[in-house]
Write a protein of this length. Structure first.
Length: 441
């Protein structure tokens, strides 16, 4: 019965899965006991008895073959299910050589398991017989068991680096708990799209000359089932790793473009809205035409939509970045390079790619008052951007001193808690109705 929830209790003698079933899940035993057995011509051969902290059903989801044994709860047993799609995704994201060795190990593991069962069957049929056949079966049993143990030892040593706390344990309690947490969170993330638990907040971007709002950055929030509102730093990596970033990215783009359209049509404010794009989204071949369609369907003014790109895309796949960013630029939207200077930034990016805006990372902005070197770096970036015809947004401004330094450097735009934290749409509209933004300082 593989169609279970992530955390489920099985009653005594209830089967978790049967031999021959398709493998849709692996299981971590949270409590109780599970008997794993083979059916040999109507005779049950118990191959393992598993308890808390052990895993079962992993073979079928790695090599995608039917279940080679049945699993029965000996006593009331709680398990956490790890679904096939979750494991398959992690395997496909791994190094090709690792995938090859993993599948080879599983094939050999199954072969040894099959031979072990055949030997046990031969011994059973030959009980009480002192013939040479029985002796040969005994020797074969020793040989297969030795190979079986050696393979397990080699697999364990290849994938496990035991800590002192994990000695004597195959996986370690911490590893199991992390796995259960990741599986559960991914399930909740998938459900969050359906349940509409994601929200957009908008952080104002102001004209430093007069502190008037000229645009904003759309930032996603997750209203977690626990009741806590989570920032992207708490979930965005898992969203990217799981592939959910494609659907979530389109939802963010549609919401943000709709917001820009409403600002223009309902409030007569022609402000730009900045939308973050992940490097993972550019792996979707339909990204550019889909974004163009979203801008058209929502009525957003293309020249007032600004897509922000991080350095990771430029570094990891410069060829894809070159093609995609020029195509995106041709839609009429604007482009910004985000967090410039925090990674392996190269000035070549600024002339190789068609950026309209450079966003100076808060790390440099916050260090200006303490470090003359940071001060000079920021001033040089602003001057270079002006020479290249680019706008500059100083991120992370938290004090009047930082704002004034950026004004002195002739930076046009600023963003940060000094002006406003990210707020929901209703609060953002209230800010727009002010003659100029009320400063936190």
């Amino acid at each position: 019965m593989d169609s279970i929830d992530f955390q489920t209790t099985f009653d005594t003698d209830e089967y978790i899965f049967n031999e021959g079933d398709p493998g849709n899940c692996a299981y971590i035993i949270d409590s109780g006991m599970v008997e794993v057995a083979l059916d040999k011509d109507g005779r049950k051969l118990v191959v393992a008895t598993l308890t808390k902290g052990e895993i079962l059903g992993e073979m079928a989801i790695i090599d995608r073959l039917p279940r080679s044994a049945s699993a029965r709860a000996v006593v009331p047993t709680e398990v956490t299910a790890i679904p096939l799609d979750y494991v398959s995704q992690k395997i496909e994201q791994s190094d090709p050589t690792v995938r090859m060795f993993l599948r080879l190990a599983m094939a050999r593991y199954r072969d040894l398991n099959s031979r072990l069962g055949q030997v046990f069957e031969g011994l059973s049929l030959g009980q009480g017989d002192a013939s040479s056949d029985a002796c040969e079966s005994t020797m074969e049993l020793k040989n297969v068991v030795s190979q079986f143990a050696e393979m397990q030892k080699r697999i364990d040593s290849a994938v496990t680096k035991s800590t002192p706390a994990e000695v004597g344990s195959l996986f370690g309690e911490e590893t199991l708990e992390i796995t259960k947490l990741l599986v559960t969170e991914e399930k909740l993330l998938k459900a969050a799209m359906t349940k509409k638990e994601f929200r957009l907040h908008y952080q104002p971007i102001v004209d430093l000359a007069n502190n008037r709002i000229v645009g904003c950055e759309a930032l996603v929030r997750w209203n977690h089932p626990s009741g806590e509102q989570l920032l992207p730093s708490r979930f965005i990596n898992q969203v990217e790793d799981s592939g959910l970033i494609i659907d979530l990215g389109y939802w963010i783009a549609e919401e943000a473009c709709s917001f820009q359209s409403r600002l223009f049509n309902d409030f007569q404010h022609d402000l730009f809205v900045a939308i973050n794009l992940s490097g993972k989204q550019f792996e979707d071949q339909f990204l550019i035409p889909s974004l163009a369609d979203i801008m058209d369907r929502t009525g957003a003014r293309r020249e007032q939509i600004k897509f922000e790109i991080t350095e990771s895309l430029l570094i990891d796949n410069p060829e894809l970045a070159t093609q995609s960013l020029h195509q995106l630029k041709e839609t009429g939207a604007k482009l910004a390079i985000d967090d410039f200077g925090t990674g392996y930034s190269s000035f070549s990016y600024l002339h190789r790619f068609p950026f309209d805006t450079l966003k100076i990372d808060r790390v440099f902005v916050s260090a200006m008052s303490r470090s003359e070197k940071s001060n000079r770096i920021v001033k040089s970036l602003v001057n270079l951007s002006h020479d290249l015809g680019m706008d500059v947004v100083a991120e992370g401004i938290e004090t009047e001193q930082e704002a004034q330094l950026m004004r002195n450097f002739k930076a046009a735009l600023g963003q940060g808690f000094y002006f406003s934290r990210p707020v929901n749409e209703t609060e953002f509209v209230k800010l727009l109705r002010q003659s100029k933004i009320e400063l936190a300082g």
